[in-house]
Design a protein around this ligand. Structure first.
Ligand code: NAD
Length: 435
C-alpha cells in the first residue's frame, strides 16, 4: 500500500516508520522544513528509544521517505493519515482543530483515485464527519472515505506499543474503507491483535474515554497517597493490594506528582468540553482535572516544606520531562514546580537525561550535564521524574555533594528504610517520611 502520514511528530513519525516496517511504502510529511531536512539526514527530531533504528532500516529498504509537500505524495496514495497536533485551545480547553482542518484542506486539494483519509489525531466526537464535509465541499468529485483510527502508543515505549498494541480501533462507515484499513494493519490481523471496527463517533470517544479513565486511576491513587500520609499507610502497598485484583489491575496506580504530558491534560479538558456541549456532565472527569491541577502545586509546596522553606537555598532537581524515556515536556509537573520554587527564592540546578533542549525553551534554570553536577553544593535534592539512572544513585556520593542529606522523591523510587539507614531526611509520596 502507499501511505502518506501528515505530521511527523511523536505519533506520525513512529506510526509512519512502523507502518513502513509492516511492508507499506510510507511518506512522512511535515510542514516543519528543519524537521524533514533532519530526518532526510537521519537526525531524529524527538527522543524515542528504538526509533532511529526503525527509521534507518526502512529508509535503507526504500519503504520510508520524508517530504514537505503534500502535492508530491497524496495523489495515488491508498491511505492518507492525519497525525497533527490537537492542543488545548487557549482559554476554553477545547481541542484546537485548526491543524487537523488545515491538513484536511491541503489533502482534499490533491486527492486522486480512491483514498481513505484516516484521522490518527485525538479529536472530539463529530470531527471526522466534519473532515468528510470539508473534503466533500472542496472536492465534490473526489472518491474517498474518512476513517477514525485513534492512536494509543505511549511515549517512551512507542515502537513496541505500535508493533504490539493491546488493540487497534477503527471507525469507518463503508466496507471499502474497512478493507483498506484491514490491509494497512494486516500484520497485526495475522498475529491476532484485537481490531475493533466501529462507527467513527464511537471510535473518537473510545480514545477520550480511555485517556480519561487512565487519568482517573492516577488521580485516585494520588488521593489515596494523601490519605496514607495522614493515617500512616503505605500507598505502594495499597496500590499493590488493589492491583492484584484482576478487576482493577496494577497499571497506572503509581502515586506521584500528578499526570502530565501531551495527552491526558488536554484530552480530559476536551472531553469535559464535549460533555458540556452535549449537556451530559462527566463529573468524575471534572474532579480528576481539578484534583490533578491542584496536585502539581501541592507537590511544589511539599518540596518547600521538606526544605524548611527554599528562600536563598539551592534545590537540585532530577528529571524535568513528564515521564522517563522521552524528551517531552508538555504539561510536565516540573513546569509548575520549578517556577513555584523559584518564586519562593530558590536557585534550581537541574539535570534531565534527554529533556534539556525542551526544558531550555520552557524554563529559566541552570541545566547541568549530569546528576552529580546538579547535586554539588545544593541544599537538597528533589526527584521529579523516574529516569532509570536516578534509581541507583551512589547515596554516599549524593550525601557528600549535598550541603544536607535531604531528598524529596516524588516518584517513590527509593525505600524509606534504605534512606534512613543511609542517613537521609527522606520525603516521598503516600509513605512515612524519614526526618
Ligand atoms: N504524543 C503522544 O504520546 C500521543 C499518543 C496518542 C495520540 N496522540 C495524539 O496524536 C496527535 C499528534 O500528537 P503528537 O504528540 O505527535 O504531536 P507533535 O506536535 O509531536 O507533532 C505534530 C506534527 O504535525 C506537524 N504539522 C502540523 N500541521 C501540519 C500540516 N498541515 N502538514 C504537515 N505537518 C503538519 C507539526 O509540524 C508537528 O511536527 C495529537 O492529536 C495527540 O493528541 C499523541
Amino acid at each position: 500500500m502507499r501511505i502518506v502520514m501528515i505530521g511527523s511528530g511523536y505519533v506520525g513519525l513512529v506510526s509512519g516508520a512502523c507502518l513502513s516496517e509492516f511492508g507499506h511504502e510510507v511518506v512522512c510529511v511535515d510542514k516543519d522544513t528543519d524537521k524533514i531536512a533532519g530526518l532526510k539526514r537521519g537526525v531524529m527530531p524527538i527522543y524515542e528509544p528504538g526509533l532511529e533504528e526503525v527509521v534507518a532500516t526502512n529508509v535503507k529498504a526504500g519503504r520510508l521517505s520524508f517530504e514537505t509537500d503534500l502535492k508530491q505524495v497524496v495523489p495515488g496514495a491508498d491511505a492518507v493519515f492525519i497525525a497533527v497536533g490537537t492542543p488545548s485551545r487557549r482559554g476554553d480547553g477545547h481541542a484546537d482543530l485548526s491543524y487537523v482542518f488545515a491538513a484536511t484542506e491541503e489533502t482534499a486539494a490533491c486527492l486522486s483515485g480512491y483514498t481513505v483519509v484516516v484521522n490518527k489525531s485525538t479529536v472530539p466526537v463529530g470531527t471526522n464527519r466534519k473532515v468528510e464535509e470539508i473534503i466533500r465541499k472542496a472536492r465534490p468529485d473526489a472518491d474517498f472515505d474518512v476513517a477514525s483510527n485513534p492512536e494509543f502508543l505511549r511515549e517512551g515505549s512507542a515502537i513496541e506499543d505500535f508493533r504490539r498494541p493491546d488493540r487497534v480501533v477503527v471507525g469507518c462507515d463503508t466496507e471499502r474503507a474497512r478493507a483498506v484499513m484491514k490491509e494497512v494493519y494486516r500484520p497485526l490481523f495475522l498475529n491476532e491483535t484485537p481490531i475493533l471496527f466501529t462507527s467513527r463517533e464511537t471510535s473518537e470517544l473510545i480514545k477520550y474515554a480511555s485517556n480519561a479513565f487512565l487519568a482517573t486511576k492516577i488521580t485516585f491513587i494520588n488521593e489515596m497517597a494523601d490519605l496514607c500520609e495522614k493515617v500512616g499507610g503505605d500507598v505502594q502497598d495499597v496500590a499493590r493490594g488493589m492491583g492484584l485484583d484482576g478487576r482493577i489491575g496494577g497499571k497506572f496506580l503509581h502515586a506521584g506528582p500528578g499526570y502530565g504530558g501531551a495527552c491526558f491534560p488536554k484530552d480530559t479538558l476536551a472531553l469535559l468540553k464535549t460533555s458540556q456541549e452535549y449537556g451530559v456532565p462527566t463529573r468524575i472527569v471534572e474532579a480528576v482535572v481539578a484534583v490533578n491541577a491542584a496536585r502539581k502545586q501541592a507537590m511544589a509546596e511539599k518540596i518547600e516544606r521538606a526544605f524548611g522553606g527554599v528562600s536563598g537555598k539551592t534545590v537540585a532537581v532530577l528529571g524535568l520531562t513528564f515521564k522517563p524515556n522521552t524528551d517531552d515536556m508538555r504539561d510536565a509537573p516540573s513546569l509548575v514546580i520549578v517556577p513555584y520554587l523559584q518564586g519562593k527564592g530558590a536557585r534550581i540546578k537541574a539535570y534531565d537525561p534527554e529533556g534539556a533542549k525542551e526544558a531550555r525553551k520552557r524554563l529559566n534554570l541552570e541545566l547541568c550535564k549530569d546528576t552529580y553536577e546538579a547535586l554539588d553544593g545544593a541544599d537538597g535534592v528533589a526527584i521529579l521524574t523516574e529516569w532509570n539512572e536516578f534509581r541507583a544513585l551512589d547515596l554516599g556520593r549524593v550525601k557528600s555533594l549535598l550541603k544536607r542529606p535531604l531528598m524529596v522523591d516524588l516518584r517513590n523510587i527509593y525505600r524509606p528504610g534504605l534512606m534512613k539507614d543511609a542517613g537521609f531526611a527522606y520525603f516521598s509520596v503516600g509513605r512515612a517520611s524519614v526526618k
